[in-house]
Design a protein around this ligand. Structure first.
Ligand SMILES: Cc1ncc(COP(=O)(O)O)c(C=O)c1O
Length: 492
């Protein structure tokens, strides 16, 4: 049986016979008590009518939020929470960004709905900007194909690869994350996401990512000479290393799905030269490189596309999330002309009712204009450098921070035992939960901190602040993290 709410959100549980008499009337509730009562009632309903299969119940006490602005979320009590993960990097230009919101509102008043079999000018203009940005960054000619969510765009990339190569087996990285539809799960490394859904015959072959703080080969980055990239090349050496038939010059793999900087895997980037080496191995063997920019694209790392840091031109780029600053969802792929030209990828190759939705394309177009007009390639690296210095300062104070690193405003802080190396998931968990309590006191202010935890050992604080974060807010983040770590490690 579900509990019903009255219009004010309170439970209808009392019967008239048991209403209190005037003499025993309880004291009226304070506004805070009313909010607590209403949220408790909603939580009870949520626990009965909402599936627990999403990520809400990762938190010990799921939170309600009521408002958002800039780098902050606000709960119903009016408490502020500094957000250092910005909806897993979907809101790069800050919450409630007026210019982006206005573009969406304008579109609502002009062409809010349109079946995607018809054209509207914002779609074409957005595709043009995306294509031009990739032509500038990689000197490659191609086309864009839109969809709705990130995993859907990954599915489209998989179809494109299958169509072009005739192969359904893929390579991907250990720690790689590409979404949770069945196709995307097959190339996502975590077994936990596949475990209960049958055999994945087309599961990717997972290759160690250059996770230099914990090198899977026990090497040191300053002397390894990219040993891990050589290990990929070695798999093609002869037929008994498993990936290559020298008689037919064929491999069974169609493509390698990569993230330049692993998102869910823990915000670590490969050392210089790694992707160049990998790319030459793949192109020698006729294997496509698919660059998943869903989390790291749109200036998160200081360049529009994270792959621009490497000098490698991928065959396909997959994007989503921050394209619309977290408003109407829109995702897509860009592919080289020879893969996606109309004769190769004809009408109806993929389709979703809401792909290239007009609200998403208008919003995405405005986001691209903001990026074109700003100097994010300068501002983001500068802010990233400042934030990283603050994290290094924290590392000096807390030996439990084993590693800090960053590229632009994608930063990592790896939480360990006091030895600075043994991963401490418990400490990271405590920090995550404590931040959500909303009552950290620093510099005369009381607030909460929104963090995300990732990494192979679930011990990495993965920081993706707004690209518009101020220097004052970064200082505040430092002080909040300092307090949070001090409190969380007590009694461990
Ligand atoms: C790198 C990467 N690829 C794919 C996805 C899946 O995107 P979505 O959650 O929109 O399906 C994500 C989401 O976090 C991601 O970070």
């Amino acid at each position: 049986m579900t509990t019903q709410l009255n219009p004010k959100g309170a439970q209808n549980t009392a019967c008239s016979a048991c209403l209190p008499t005037a003499a025993s009337q309880p004291a009226p509730l304070t506004p805070a008590e009313e909010i607590a009562r209403d949220e408790q009632a909603l939580l009870k309903i949520e626990s009965e009518v909402c599936s627990w299969g999403d990520t809400v119940h990762y938190a010990e006490k799921p939170l309600f939020f009521q408002r958002c602005e800039g780098s902050y979320l606000y709960d119903s009590y009016g408490r502020s929470f500094l957000d250092l993960q910005m909806w897993y990097s979907a809101v790069n230009l800050g919450y409630a960004n007026k210019r982006i919101n206005d573009a969406l509102k304008k579109q609502i008043d002009t062409l809010p709905q349109l079946a995607c079999q018809y054209l509207h000018k914002e779609k074409v203009a957005l595709a043009q900007k995306l294509v031009a940005s990739i032509q500038r960054g990689f000197k490659a000619k191609g086309r864009v194909h839109f969809n709705v969510g990130g995993a859907q765009a990954v599915e489209d990339a998989l179809k494109l690869v299958r169509k072009h190569t005739g192969k359904s087996r893929m390579l991907a990285f250990e720690g790689g994350y590409h979404g949770r539809t069945l196709g995307a799960s097959a190339i996502t490394s975590s077994y936990r996401y596949r475990e209960h859904y049958g055999e994945f015959g087309d599961r990717a072959e997972f290759i160690p990512f250059p996770y230099c703080f914990r090198c899977p080969y026990g090497k040191q980055v300053d002397s390894c000479n990219l040993f891990c990239a050589d290990q990929v090349a070695r798999k093609f050496e002869h037929e008994y290393t498993g990936w290559w038939n020298p008689k037919t010059n064929k491999s069974e793999f169609g493509a390698f799905f990569v993230e330049v900087l692993q998102g869910t895997g823990g915000y670590m980037s490969a050392p210089q030269g790694y992707f160049e080496k990998l790319s030459s191995v793949l192109s020698e063997r006729g294997i496509l490189m698919i660059d998943d920019e869903i989390q790291m694209g749109f200036y998160r790392t200081g360049k529009l596309w994270a792959m621009e840091h490497t000098g490698v031109c991928p065959d396909v780029i997959v994007f989503g999330k921050a394209l619309t600053n977290g408003l109407n969802p829109l995702s897509g792929i860009w592919a080289r002309e020879e893969l996606i030209s109309p004769d190769k990828f004809g009408p109806g190759s993929t389709h979703s009712t809401f792909s290239s939705n007009s609200l998403g394309t208008a919003t995405g177009l405005e986001v691209m204009r903001v990026f074109e007009e700003g100097s994010y390639d300068k501002i983001v690296p500068e802010k990233g450098k400042y934030f990283l210095a603050l994290l290094k300062d924290l590392q000096g104070k807390h030996p439990e921070i084993g590693d800090v690193d960053g590229l632009g405003l994608a930063l990592r802080m790896e939480m360990c035992e006091a030895d600075g190396y043994t991963p401490s998931r418990r400490l990271a968990d405590r920090m995550f939960q404590r931040g959500l309590e909303g009552n950290l006191n620093v510099n005369g202010q009381t607030m909460g901190l929104v963090l995300d935890i990732g990494g192979y050992n679930k011990n990495v604080v993965t920081l993706a602040p707004s690209l518009e974060i101020t220097y004052q807010e970064m200082d505040l983040a430092h002080d909040l993290l300092d307090l949070l770590i001090s409190e969380s490690k007590k009694g461990m």
